[in-house]
Design a protein around this ligand. Structure first.
Ligand SMILES: *Cc1c(COP(=O)(O)O)cnc(C)c1O
Length: 233
């Protein structure tokens, strides 16, 4: 590992931890309630290794093919790999094999395929439902008005362990709008919780540009790419 790279990534990670800690303090939350996921798409294996050595153990990938290579080459590390990108149904088999958790469950046909693949691997896979909280046509995710029904449908999938909700809110410079969407997610989360029960604990929201607001509004997993790793390749 080059020392220059270690120094840069250490500084990034320490700065991030400090900001996360401050946001937790403001929100009256404990640091243990918020997990940092390193969003490593387009980032080198070397950088992942460095961040791992600094203490980061949770990483998220967006593309199955890119992830497969990285996960194999980094198999000596005890990384918890999550899938956070758009998942094509024909990639469900590999996704189930390589990841502990899928953040982007957004349709019944994908649930069916994940269930089938998980069953044949005798595995229970953690899933979060992606919510299209801004009703954006270009984005994936279930609309909030269809969420309850989708959650009920997932009851018939014993190999899918529904642990929470995920979102990517509309891009805006207006902090009030971002906060509004995160609050909506928190309210949805509280509304769905009794329908699912015990294991429904995760709210995956917040990226480099808005993670502090997300923490203040209840995020339990923040997904940080560029702020940790620097620009993507
Ligand atoms: C890339 C990505 C992130 C990280 O975004 P940054 O702005 O680099 O922090 C988070 N979530 C998802 C779903 C992503 O695709």
């Amino acid at each position: 590992m080059s020392k220059a790279l270690v120094d840069v990534l250490r500084k990034n990670y320490e700065n991030l931890l400090e900001r996360v800690e401050k946001a937790c303090l403001r929100a009256g939350r404990s640091l243990e309630e918020v997990k940092i996921l390193g969003a490593s798409k387009g980032q080198s294996e070397e950088k992942i290794r460095v961040l791992y050595s600094l203490g980061l153990k949770l990483f998220g990938e967006n593309y199955v093919q890119e992830a497969e290579k990285k996960i194999k080459n980094l198999a000596d590390l005890d990384i918890d790999w999550h899938f956070i990108g758009r998942l094509q149904t024909n990639k469900a088999k590999k996704a189930v094999a390589f990841f502990s958790t899928i953040h982007s469950l957004d349709r019944l046909s994908l649930a069916e395929e994940l269930e089938k693949r998980a069953r044949s691997l005798n595995k229970r896979i953690n899933v979060l439902i992606e919510v299209n909280i801004g009703h954006e046509p270009t984005k994936a995710g279930v609309f909030e008005e269809n969420l309850e029904e989708f959650v009920k449908e997932l009851k018939g999938f014993p190999n899918l362990n529904l642990i929470g909700l995920m979102c990517l809110p509309p891009l805006t410079d207006d902090e009030r709008k971002t906060r509004f969407y995160f609050q909506k997610m928190r309210n949805l989360f509280e509304r769905i919780k009794p329908l699912v029960g015990e294991g429904f604990t995760q709210l995956s929201m917040g990226t480099s540009s808005d993670f502090e607001i997300a923490i203040e509004e209840g995020a339990t997993i923040i997904r940080i790419g560029t702020l940790l790793f620097g620009p993507r390749m």
